[in-house]
Design a protein around this ligand. Structure first.
Ligand code: PNW
Length: 493
């Protein structure tokens, strides 16, 4: 039995939901139709295309703005219960502000949402998945505390337009990528590099306040009428100690990468993870700053943010090992999170292999450990896995046994976490429905269950073997042996 222990626990809990995800900038294209405004990703890809691996942009992407009916067919073929999309802020509000709501933007999302519901597919909608209106970026974006009110005003429009039909809401996708990569390390739009994580931390705090205000708006004004659920989505890598001696640094690394965005929301006491707060304060003082680079929360702000969740939205792809640094040593190449002042390095273990895009190391057991960690750290919260997936690079790559194995092994570990560890996972989302614009990797990293031909003006989509596997899994709501060779007919193309 190649799927290991899941053979004894083949079926998913009743009501468990499966979905797939995309994001507006990565699939829609139509970057300048009608009155759509310019986003920070439009701007970066146009002005600084050398920062994108293949010099590409999301100008056309999968052209889902025009081809969403084809996407709908694919979703029906897969039999998913929900489809996670994001809304483009500048498509709906071209200036970033609600002084002008785009009729075209409204029409596009209304048609898509209605069509999904007609097919019995639930829309799960992310309000902010990285495409900040450039107008607001010019005023500081996530480093301007007013961003909380700008996001709130946008969210009010969104809820007013769509909350009658959308019942699963996500405020913001992956703050750690927005803040640490966007405002500290300069690897995502707006590509700011700030010394000593100053920008990352400003963004971190403002973003949590913004999320909390949007959560509370929904909770107070829309939930009573529409009864949906809403949370934030965090990206968590599983980090484990390289040797037993590294367990404190591993704890710290987990608090720095995961805790800085989760502790203020999910912990009983709220606020920054204490150990992170303590160390950044000490370092800041040593470096001659008048106050901690990690901006303090007031008592009121702590209370505003604490408890603003209906579930834990989890994006998970990969794991790393944490090793304590010798004072003379440099950080490893794989430390992609802002960790400027900590005495650890992020590394890989012997035997781990890195997938196509350079950062994704598959380690299925890490998924189970992480799910358990979330439960230990934040209590018995409902967890919705909002992304999980694997990237390849080849074109015309239909028999994607490696991606199929990745999803199979990760879902297997998730099932073990549910059945053996009692973790309350309520759904799983594969990233992604189809190949798309993978940020700074352009079209080189392909995460799709469906392949997209980006040289074809019609952007033809073709199901991969992994799509057939996922469809079978959803159909039977139980794990099926697939490696036995003879019984693989179901998955043959
Ligand atoms: C997520 N990492 O980003 C995003 O939510 C998606 O938009 C994206 O396409 C997908 O995962 C695949 O990358 C990530 O460095 C970016 O570990 C970077 C990392 C993980 C996720």
């Amino acid at each position: 039995v190649t799927v290991g222990q899941c053979a004894s626990y083949p079926s998913f809990p009743p009501g468990f939901k499966f979905g797939v995800a995309t994001a507006a900038y990565q699939v829609e294209g139509a970057w300048n139709v009608s009155d759509k405004g310019v986003s920070i990703w439009d701007k970066i890809t146009h002005d600084k295309s050398h920062l994108i691996l293949d010099g590409s942009s999301g100008d056309v992407a999968c052209d889902s703005y025009h081809l969403w009916k084809r996407d709908l067919e694919m979703l029906t073929e897969l039999g998913v219960h929900f489809y996670r999309i994001s809304l483009s802020w500048p498509r709906l509000l071209p200036t970033g502000h609600p002084n002008h709501i785009s009729e075209d933007g409204k029409r596009y999302y209304n048609e898509l949402i209605d069509a999904l519901l007609e097919k019995g597919i639930e829309p799960a909608v992310t309000i902010y998945h990285w495409d900040m209106p450039q107008h607001l970026q010019d005023l500081g974006g996530w480093t301007n505390p007013l961003i909380a009110d700008w996001l709130l005003a946008y969210a009010r429009v969104v809820f007013t337009l769509f909350a009658d039909r959308v019942k699963i809401w996500i405020t913001i996708n992956e703050p750690v990528m927005i803040c640490d990569l966007g405002y500290g390390l300069g690897k995502h739009a707006p590509m700011l590099m700030t010394p000593n994580d100053i920008g990352s931390y400003m963004c971190n705090k403002n973003l949590l306040i913004a999320h909390a205000k949007v959560y509370r708006l929904y909770d107070e004004k829309f939930r009573p009428k529409y009864h949906g659920m809403i949370s934030i989505v965090n990206h968590l890598a599983w980090l484990e100690a390289f040797t037993d001696d590294d367990s404190y640094m591993t704890y710290l690394a987990m608090q720095n990468t995961a805790g800085r965005y989760s502790h203020p929301i999910y912990s009983k006491e709220g606020g920054w993870p204490p150990e992170v707060e303590r160390i950044v304060a000490i370092n800041s003082e040593r470096q001659g700053y008048p106050r901690s680079r990690l901006p303090a929360f007031t008592r009121q702000e702590i209370e505003l943010v604490r408890g603003t969740f209906d579930f834990f939205g989890l994006n998970h792809y990969t794991s790393r090992a944490i090793r304590t640094l010798d004072p003379s040593e440099k950080r490893g190449a794989l430390s992609f999170f802002g960790d400027g002042e900590y005495n650890y390095t992020i590394t890989e273990r012997p035997g781990w292999t890195v997938a196509g895009n350079g950062w994704l190391i598959p380690y299925p057991e890490g998924f189970r450990y992480l799910l358990k960690w979330i439960k230990q750290e934040y209590g018995d919260v409902k967890i919705l896995v909002t992304e999980n997936g694997y990237s390849t690079e080849a074109v015309n790559y239909i028999h994607d046994d490696d991606r199929l194995k990745y999803h199979k092994d990760y879902i297997n570990q998730m099932l073990l976490a549910i059945k053996e560890d009692g973790v309350n996972v309520i759904g799983y989302t594969a990233w992604s429905l189809m190949d798309n614009f993978e940020w700074t990797d352009g079209y080189k990293a392909k995460f799709g269950l469906y392949e997209v031909n980006f040289t074809d003006p019609r952007r033809t989509r073709t199901p991969r073997k992994s799509a057939k596997f996922y469809a079978e899994l959803i159909k039977h709501q139980r794990f099926i042996e697939i490696d036995s060779g003879t019984s693989s007919a179901l998955y043959a193309l």
